[in-house]
Design a protein around this ligand. Structure first.
Ligand code: CAO
Length: 563
């Protein structure tokens, strides 16, 4: 085991640059060429790579330090078999502002860096649209670089979009962008001239129409899952998914982030332009991208693309969905009216319900459960417990029955997280409660560990707190599945809206005596109408029918809960 100082390599004319980001921690194993820190001058940011592989023993710099060529960045612990040298690690960099070529003096950078003015003669490089498969006349929807900016080999120049995919067209050369030959709205085909770069002759591409290979674009099939292969075009070499762009989104100022953060954001499909940077001078860090992703997943933030579809029709006019604007009517013309502000709960629950209704592909299965025996048990239980003051309603039995069904069909006890399904091993059941101020959903935690009497007691307490407006956030969070019971009110069936990020909800209406055929004759049975709404991205119709049938079996013979 040996230690080795990893130093800042030759970074050209930049004497003293500030450290703005540490990309590794003590104890991390790093590969040769892995970026260790990001540094920033007033003109560019760049990542300093490790010349060797090993385990980080010590970090010798901190954010805010100034470093120059030769400064020790980290001390690596290298076993002889672990130490792998990289003769000339590449420095990836991100030019911040419009730089005349003469100012971009990064000497000794690897070929994938911006072409620098190093005294070598400059040459004009024409960048053309490479082979983009069967796509003809694709529209340019976004310009990703501006004249005067430094462009790396393979850096995306423009985004184009067909009716099936959007893709970024990378540069087949490196240099400073002299002229963009296309504008938003233009239609392009293979071989069309996209841009002219001014670069050193060393960085000039061999052929103007780069076919497949490093400069092939990375298309994204808007109709397929992110992991699906790209649509019939040449195999893309860049595997990072490129988010589909919202052509109607206004152009934004280029976000300030290091190349690795940009790559990270691209991989997650995060629109960097919408992320607020917490780093020096508003720089977007990896933590910012992660926090943004978490907030979107938790529903506390929205990307502009989601917001455009989730906007309430009454406020947004429905134009985002291509619908007619919301009708504006002067109701007073037809008779007297009174105006009332929506209450706080109505506003919050309304926005949530609307988002869930628009974003979740709902399907509802209706069924009936024979609860004749269960109702007799409920009545007997209430009689026996008259003095306890705890009244057992059908809802408490339904909660227990749903837990049994969730255990048998775990997909119903899950949430979608990107391309993953989070399967919960706990059973917290929400129940919709009607209050004078609106609908709230208190949660019975760990319902699998509680008996029907305890659930009834807790439900009573929570329903009272709800009516008194005293529910706290802890009372209303963490549910895996929700039941909405209108049994005490009436009705037959309805379509409950899924309470995201849950994937299913059970609606229950009023039970009533019905004639049921038992094979020989009609017999009176107490039938409970069930309406199960489920998210078709996670659950399919067959499982939903099985879930309802199993629930019906349990409710008709509650001893099955014990099985
Ligand atoms: N069939 C027939 N009767 C039923 C029944 C059913 N499925 N469910 C309950 N009942 C009866 C109860 O037994 C009770 O009868 P008694 O007064 O004779 O004892 C009566 O209806 C009232 O029950 P309840 O509503 O007080 O109690 P609950 O446990 O069924 O429900 C609560 C509690 C808080 C969920 C309920 O009061 C409530 O708010 N329901 C509305 C939920 C709602 O708004 N859902 C819609 C959401 S989408 O907008």
């Amino acid at each position: 085991m040996a230690t080795m100082d990893i130093q800042v390599p030759d970074i050209g004319d930049f004497d003293s640059v500030g450290v703005i980001e540490l990309l590794v921690s003590v104890g991390d194993t790093v590969r040769p060429e892995q970026s260790l820190i990001t540094v920033e001058s007033d003109k560019a940011s760049m990542e300093i790579p490790s010349s060797h592989g090993g385990v980080v023993k010590e970090i010798k710099v901190k954010i805010g330090d100034q470093v120059s060529q030769g400064s020790v960045v980290v001390v690596l612990e290298t076993a002889s078999e672990l130490a792998q040298a990289s003769p000339r690690p590449p420095i990836s960099m991100d030019l911040k502002t419009e730089l005349p070529p003469a100012q971009a003096k990064f000497h000794g950078v690897a070929p994938n860096s911006v072409a620098a003015s190093t005294g070598t003669p400059t040459t004009s490089i024409e960048v053309r649209v490479p082979d983009i498969g069967d796509f003809k006349d694709v529209a340019v929807i976004e310009l990703l670089v501006k004249p005067g900016e430094g462009v790396r080999l393979e850096q995306s120049l423009v985004t184009v979009e067909s009716d099936k995919a959007s893709m970024e067209i990378p540069s087949s050369g490196a240099g400073v962008l002299k002229e963009l030959k296309v504008k938003v709205g233009d239609r392009v085909n293979i071989g069309d001239l996209l841009a002219v770069l001014e670069g050193s002759s060393a960085s000039a591409p061999e052929a103007p129409t780069a076919p497949a290979g490093p400069a092939a674009p990375a298309p994204v099939d808007k109709t397929a899952p992110a992991s699906a292969p790209a649509l019939g075009s040449p195999a893309p070499t860049a595997s990072a998914p490129v988010p589909a762009h919202d052509p109607s989104a206004p152009a934004l100022k280029a976000p300030h982030a290091s190349p690795s953060v940009r790559k990270f954001a691209r991989e997650l499909g995060v629109p960097l332009a919408e992320v607020a940077g917490s780093g020096p001078k508003g720089r977007i860090t990896q933590d910012d991208v992660q926090a943004f992703t978490k907030a979107v997943m938790a529903g506390t933030a929205q990307t502009r693309a989601i917001a455009s579809v989730a906007k309430p029709a009454v406020a947004g006019g429905g134009d985002a969905l291509g619908l007619l604007p919301w009708p504006k009517v002067d109701f007073a013309k037809f008779g007297p009216v009174e105006r009332k502000d929506l209450g706080r709960i109505k506003k919050i629950s309304g926005a949530n319900l609307h988002r869930n209704w628009v974003l979740i592909p709902h399907v509802t299965n209706h069924d009936d459960a024979d609860i004749t025996e269960l109702e007799a048990l409920r009545v007997a239980t209430n009689k026996e417990n008259e003095k306890s003051g705890v009244k057992v309603t059908m809802l408490a039995f339904l909660i227990k029955a749903c837990v049994a069904a969730l255990k048998k069909f775990p997909d119903f006890n899950s949430s979608l997280d990107g391309d993953q399904l989070v399967l919960k091993q706990y059973f917290h059941i929400g129940f919709a409660a009607d209050t004078p101020n609106g609908l709230v959903v208190p949660v019975i935690k760990n319902a699998d560990q509680k008996g029907v009497l305890q659930i009834s007691q807790e439900m009573g307490d929570l329903a009272k707190k709800a009516r008194d407006g005293k529910l706290g956030p802890a009372d209303m969070t963490g549910a895996c599945f929700t039941i909405s019971s209108l049994g005490g009110i009436g009705g037959r069936y309805f379509t409950p809206i899924i309470n995201a990020p849950e994937v299913a909800i059970l609606g229950v209406c009023k039970s009533q005596m019905e004639p049921v055929w038992d094979g020989q004759g009609f017999v009176p049975r107490l039938m409970l109408p069930l309406s199960l709404s489920w998210d078709h991205r996670v659950i399919d119709g067959a499982s939903a029918a099985r879930f309802n049938a199993y629930l019906g079996q349990i409710l008709s013979d509650f001893r099955r809960v014990l099985l």
